[in-house]
Write a protein that binds this ligand. Structure first.
Ligand code: ADP
Ligand code: MG
Length: 352
């Protein structure tokens, strides 16, 4: 059963530069189950923030309904919704220390001093800020400020936590740590969350479900693994992870395998993007760089020439050109075999 439900939500704005309108959100529907973390993932400008703000009540939709815990909340202002939002900018109070920042929401809700103290210290422990109660935001690192913003939101025990690119102001290494930390905290507190990001890695690591958006519409929604393995269109396949594409003709479809024929007549079993399953139809094969192996010319599904190789420590990525198309092929653990040389002719084998 859905805990949060968006039903056919649309939002348009007056185009600030022209006469027309911008369809920021264009008829989207999705659900979030109790305790789940769902991410809205998509490129900048695709309508993620607008969608999140509509759920929080900071923006009112032109069409559609928002339901939280079974109740339509369309007409409720943000402070009457059972939600808390963590903004990209943190928006901490600079003149209040960590304790006061986190306690603020409880104070205006008239909790007793003892209760406030207990709740704030509990949350600071959960987010790993114990001992920093008296610090002011100006004396905190980016990661610590991020934790304060998070603590301030979850201390109110909202039924729904809304996070808008909360890690985007952190440097790469810290972002990676906080990503893992955030997931642990979310599971520990068990709080239902909607998380907005344009970072596919963040979406993959954190989410129970990913909702991929483009131009105000939902293009796919599924678990991270299914989105990666079975993208339903070219946009999703190339936005999430790296993808090679190759045209083929559909030969056979079984429950767990699809067979296609390549232009050179070879038949392979693979993942394809498809609109329908008509045998004989043209389809686009999606081959992830790690699902292609390099082999001898006679054993390859196709044959190509090594154009380039990029060494990144744990693997080598080869750029192989075949019949005018370029393929990226990852070789993990490149120490175990002799590497092909630039200009060498090589076979590519597609694995499922
Ligand atoms: P995202 O968060 O995915 O980057 P947004 O939801 O912020 O995207 O914006 C979606 C689209 O709506 C963009 O084209 C943006 O310029 C436009 N937009 C957002 N807010 C406003 C506004 N207040 N007025 C006019 N256009 C807006
Ligand atoms: Mg945004």
């Amino acid at each position: 059963k859905a805990f949060v439900e968006l039903k056919n939500i649309s939002k348009h704005f007056k185009d600030p530069h022209g006469q027309g309108i911008v369809k920021a959100v264009d008829g989207i529907s999705f659900q979030v189950k109790q305790g789940e973390l769902v991410t809205l993932l998509g490129p900048s400008g695709c309508g993620k923030t607008t969608t999140l703000r509509i759920i929080g009540g900071f923006e009112i939709q032109n069409k559609g309904d928002v339901l939280i815990d079974g109740a339509v909340v369309n007409n409720l202002p943000p402070n009457r919704r059972p939600t808390a939002m963590v903004f990209q900018s943190y928006a901490l109070f600079p003149h209040m220390n960590v304790f006061e920042n986190v306690a603020y929401g409880l104070k205006i809700r008239n909790f007793s001093r003892a209760e406030i103290r207990r709740k704030v210290l509990d949350i600071l422990d959960i987010v790993g800020l114990t001992g920093l109660e008296n610090r002011y935001p100006g004396k905190l690192s980016g990661g610590q400020q991020q934790r304060v913003a998070l603590a301030r939101a979850i201390v109110l025990e909202p039924k729904l936590l809304l996070l808008d690119e909360p890690l985007s102001n952190l440097d790469a290494k810290l972002r990676e740590q906080m990503r893992i930390e955030l997931k642990k905290i979310q599971k520990r507190v068990g709080i239902t969350s909607v998380y907005v990001t344009h970072d596919q890695l963040e979406a993959m690591t954190l989410s129970d479900k990913v909702v991929v958006m483009n131009s105000g519409k939902i293009v796919q929604e599924d678990t991270p693994a299914n989105i990666y393995r079975f993208p339903t269109n070219k946009f999703v396949a190339s936005f999430i992870g790296r993808a090679n594409f190759i045209e083929a003709t559909l030969v056979d479809v079984q429950a767990d395998s699809v067979r296609v024929k390549l232009k050179n007549g070879k038949e392979i079993g693979v993942v394809v993007i498809h609109d329908n399953w008509k045998i004989g139809e043209k389809v686009l094969v999606v081959a992830r760089p790690e699902s292609i192996t390099l082999t001898s010319v006679d054993k390859g599904d196709i044959v190509g020439t090594i154009e380039n190789s990029i060494y990144t420590g744990n693997m080598v990525t080869f750029e192989v050109v075949s019949d005018g198309s370029s393929f990226e092929v990852d070789m993990v653990n490149p120490y175990s075999s002799t590497l092909p040389a630039l200009g060498e002719k090589i076979g590519l084998k597609f694995n499922q």
